[in-house]
Design a protein around this ligand. Sequence first.
Ligand code: 13P
Ligand code: ZN
Length: 269
Amino acid sequence: MSVLDSRPALKAAVWQVAETAGYLWTKGWAERNGGNITVNVTEYVDESMRALPAISEAIPIGVELPHLTACWFYCKGTQKRMRDLARDPMANGSIIRITDDCAHYEIVADALVMPTSELPSHLSVHDYLLAKGSPYRASLHTHPIELVALTHSKKYMEKDVATKLLWSMIPETKAFCPRGLGMVPYMLPSSVELAKATIEAIDDNYDVVMWEKHGVFAVDTDIMAAFDQVDVLNKAAQIYISARNMGFVPEGMTDAQMQEISDVFGLPK
Ligand code: 13P
Ligand code: ZN
C-alpha cells in the first residue's frame, strides 16, 4: 500500500519529480545525494489523506512560515540519490504536512524518509510564493557543472553580468528564462541565512538563483518547468565555454537582437 494509491493526481505529481530526478542524474548535475526538490502538492491531497496518522513526531522546521499552515509537500529525502529517486520516489522522498503552528512538519508517507537538509530554504521560498499569490508550486536545487563553474569568478557574481552573457549565447535563453540569473554569495548550505538571501533574490524578480560555488535554486509552476529554466541557462554556459575552448571569445548576440527577442516574445521587463 502506498499513499499514492487511488490518488492519481498526487501520483502524477510525484512521478513528474521522479522523471526530473532522472534527468538531473543523466545531466551529471546530481553526484551522490546532490540537489533536492520540493513540490507543494496541497491541491492533490484529499480528505481521506488529511485524516491519515503521521508516521513521525512533529519536527521543527527552524523557521515560522505562516502561509504554509495545513500545506503538504513532496520532498526529496536527505542523503538520498536523484538516480534512486527516479526509480522509487516514495523510498527516496516523502510527503510532509505542515502543522497548525506553522513551525513544524509531520511525515505522512510510505516510509520514514527524512526530508532534505535544504528544507528551510525550500519551505521559506514556498511560504514567500504563497504570500505573493504566485502560481509557482515547485522548487529545485541542483549542481549544474558549467553554471557553478561561472560562480568561481567574481566578475560573474556581479549583478546581471552572467545573465547578459548567457542570454546573448542563443536566443532561446532569454525567451525561456526571461528573468535571468540571480546571484547569492557563498553561505553555509541548509542555513536560514541562505534561505533568506534566496528569497531576497527571488523577490528581486529572478526565477533562477545561483548559490556561489554550490548550485542553483529555481522555482516555477511545476518541477519540469523549473528544470527547463536551469537547463536552458546551463546550455548557454556550455556554448560560451565551447567557444572559449575553440580559442576565441564568443561575440554574443547584440543588445538590439536581444531586445527584439523581448519584443516578439512579450517577455517581462
Ligand atoms: P540533501 O541530500 O540533504 O538533499 O542535500 C543535498 C544538497 O545538495 C545540499 O545542498
Ligand atoms: Zn547542494
